[in-house]
Design a binder for this molecule. Structure first.
Ligand SMILES: Cc1cc2nc3c(=O)[nH]c(=O)nc-3n(C[C@H](O)[C@H](O)[C@H](O)COP(=O)(O)OP(=O)(O)OC[C@H]3O[C@@H](n4cnc5c(N)ncnc54)[C@H](O)[C@@H]3O)c2cc1C
Length: 361
């Protein structure tokens, strides 16, 4: 999820260096023209051609949102942007905020009109109006009938949209388009769903677990869920607004939902919530074996047994992984070309999990 798509990169590059370029070009051109030798007169048509080519590429990149219109007359849809109002924006830890937005209630699709049923897991594209770039974000509790959506958003030092969102104040307008399905839930397909997240990668899983417990009819009653989450330090763990309900679900329904929390390092900072089961280290093979109930090999099995006779992980167990790319690669192997799913490697690969059982969000 937290990957920066190549299109985003190209779009941003083109915007900064090409679409904003005419002003710089003309200034530079005026000054250089006087001193440039005549033999470089071809430079202007060449630069012009290059500019037109790259600018048209920018307009045709599907990831760049400029082509979608903005309207307040039609219900929310991925086909157009809808203006929303910032209700609140509150700090929720280092570089993160809880942002509450409201869509006019008459624009919330009625049941039946809405193409994806707002079932888990879905997201919206939010448009940064300053540079006309969009990024996907996950509303924590879906959307309520008043049109309220709550997001947990992280800003990165050189990140465009995250920083722009953090600068927004109550009353400001933010345009978004969606819903878009992040991952399709299929009723009755899995006995167990294991979600592994890092940082704000927890948001799609929060949405799924919230749906499981608050709208139980929409999710298979017989599926068990486990959420394994890692943050860098205790204070970087998700805020109480996110961890609180998850911890409560795990406590009230231990047979339906398990929550395992990890931090890379204990720097002495305070976690947002007292978390008795917090472990200090990155999730590794041994943790996953323990979580999945794979028994350890005894020394004599290791020495004398030619094949691993431990019970394999059930084919009816699904692993969803979401977080920064290095974490995804360590847990499940890297994405493939053009952000396809790629091979199942890493910890899950070593556990014998098949590609059919893994989805990298
Ligand atoms: C389906 C989906 C749902 C998402 N939901 C959420 C959500 O609920 N909350 C949320 O905060 N984000 C979410 N994201 C991530 C979000 O879409 C952006 O990728 C993220 O906010 C960074 O965008 P940006 O424009 O701020 O940074 P960019 O301009 O894209 O990145 C600029 C620089 O910031 C740094 N950077 C950016 N992202 C990361 C990262 N993940 N790890 C380390 N460094 C990084 C890099 O150095 C990069 O060069 C979701 C992504 C997907 C695909």
């Amino acid at each position: 999820m937290l990957r920066i798509s190549a299109q985003n990169q190209i779009g941003r590059y083109l915007h900064r260096h090409i679409l904003l370029a005419p002003r710089c070009f003309s200034r530079r051109f005026l000054t250089t023209e006087q001193s440039e030798p005549k033999s470089r007169k071809w430079a202007l048509p060449l630069a012009g051609g290059l500019f037109i080519g790259l600018a048209s590429l920018y307009f045709f990149l599907p990831d760049v949102s400029r082509s979608a219109p903005t309207t307040s007359r039609k219900p929310l849809s991925a086909r157009h942007f809808t203006p929303t109002t910032v209700i609140s924006s509150e700090s929720s830890g280092p570089d993160t905020k809880i942002l509450k937005l409201r869509v006019p209630p008459n624009l919330v699709p009625k049941e039946g009109d809405d193409p994806i049923g707002f079932g888990p897991i879905w997201s919206v594209f939010i448009k940064d109006d300053d540079i006309q770039v969009e990024r996907p974000y996950t509303p924590l509790e879906s959307i309520d009938e008043d049109g309220t959506m709550v997001f947990w958003i992280k800003k990165y030092p050189r990140g465009e949209v995250g920083r722009w969102l953090h600068s927004k104040q109550p009353g400001d307008t933010i345009e978004l388009r969606g819903p878009l399905k992040t991952w399709p839930w299929k009723e009755g397909e899995w006995d167990e769903v294991v979600m592994i997240s890092g940082g704000t990668g927890i948001t799609p899983f929060y949405q799924l677990v919230h749906q499981v417990f608050e709208h139980p009819t929409s999710i298979s009653q017989n599926t068990r869920f486990t959420l394994v989450h890692g943050s860098r330090t205790p204070e970087e763990l998700p805020p109480e607004r996110v961890l609180g309900p998850l911890a409560a679900y795990a406590e009230e329904h231990p047979h339906k939902f398990r929550l395992k929390l990890f931090v890379d390092a204990d720097d002495g900072s305070k976690p947002p919530l007292v978390t008795p089961s917090l472990e200090t280290c990155r999730v590794n093979d041994e943790h996953m074996k323990r979580i999945m109930g794979v028994p350890e090999l005894t020394w004599w099995q290791r020495w004398f047994s030619s094949r691993d006779t431990r019970p394999a992980i059930s084919q009816k167990t699904l692993f969803l992984v979401c977080g920064p790319e290095p974490m995804i690669a360590a847990i499940a192997g890297p994405y493939g070309r053009n952000y396809s799913q790629g091979p199942t490697l890493g910890i899950l690969g070593r556990l014998g999990v098949t590609p059919k059982q893994v989805w990298k969000l």
